[in-house]
Write a protein that binds this ligand. Structure first.
Ligand code: AMP
Length: 280
């Protein structure tokens, strides 16, 4: 059964006394990546909430807030087509920003979170403040047992885990694998901005990450990877960043780091492509 809510108080009262709820926050324009998170929640919960909200506070002034694809009718159809026998699926598509920010759009600062000023945080000042704020608001509203986030936005996933720890929230955060197209490009709502030729250019990022993983696995040498990264960046100026880091907190990787992750952001025309690859 699928129900759509536009008002936070109506959603809140419907969820009262329902028991455990799974939650998938999204900005809509749903694709197979989003649906994989929603299916996972449906598998484990009688009740799943999917929020569809293009959150203004996480966009910078020169970013694509106005043009971000808003496709609610199509999103509802995609959700209707999901198998969810005996399961309840609640869509929360706020009527306006007041449903999320009843007392104005002030944001909490993510500056004391481990990695908030690195990588995406550096490229998009204020982005994580807005993201952390909206996730906290939605968690307060829904109080989910589990919330599902994509590893595609790996830094976001780490920061949300930190949010939960910091405010001692009871929600457990589940990180889900990245869904890719047949060529290995991570699915993203922003891929709709790209022409066929630009999609082809975007593939440079996942291909580079695979290549760097091979470099590492050959001699298990971080130095080899760092040298390759240096060369790649010198050859191609379109990497906004490309790095190998500690997967636990995105700090600089050392030979003794147990869990490594490659992170990259690649500029294709006006669009920034984001991807990552866990190595160990
Ligand atoms: P968004 O609508 O872009 O804010 O994404 C909503 C959630 O879906 C976030 O947790 C994303 O990390 C996740 N997500 C987006 N794209 C993918 C993908 N290709 N594979 C898996 N999860 C994804």
């Amino acid at each position: 059964m699928l129900q759509i809510y536009n008002r936070a108080n109506e959603l809140r009262s419907s969820l009262k006394n329902l028991g455990a709820v799974g939650f998938v926050p999204t900005m809509g324009n749903l694709h197979a990546g989003h649906l994989s998170l929603i299916k996972e929640s449906l598998k484990h919960h009688k009740n799943t909430v999917v929020s569809i909200y293009v959150n203004p506070t996480q966009f910078g002034e020169n970013e694509d807030f106005k043009t971000y694809p808003r496709t609610l009718d199509k999103d509802v159809s995609s959700l209707e087509s999901l198998e969810h026998q005996n399961k309840k699926l609640f869509i929360f598509a706020p009527f306006d920003d007041k449903e999320i920010y009843p007392s104005g759009k002030s944001v909490i600062s993510a500056c004391d979170y481990t990695s908030s000023s690195l990588f995406e945080g550096k490229l998009r000042p204020g982005h994580f403040d807005g993201m952390i704020t909206v996730v906290k608001r939605l968690f307060e509203m829904i109080n989910p047992q589990h919330a599902y986030f994509g590893k595609k936005d790996y830094q976001q996933l780490l920061l949300v885990k930190e949010l939960v720890k910091k405010f001692e929230l009871s929600t457990k955060i589940i990180g889900m694998p990245t869904t890719r197209d047949a060529n290995g490009l991570p699915l993203s709502s922003r891929n709709s901005y790209l022409s066929a030729q630009e999609i082809h250019q975007a593939l440079i990022l996942p291909q580079t990450l695979q290549q760097l993983k091979k470099v590492y696995l050959k001699n298990k040498s971080l130095e080899d990877v760092q040298k390759s990264i240096q060369k790649i960046k010198e050859r191609d100026g379109k990497f906004n960043y490309l790095a190998v880091t500690d997967a636990c907190d995105l700090s600089r990787a050392h030979e003794s780091t147990k869990k490594l992750i490659l992170l990259g952001n690649y500029q294709v025309a006006e669009t920034r492509i984001i991807d990552n690859l866990e190595i160990l």
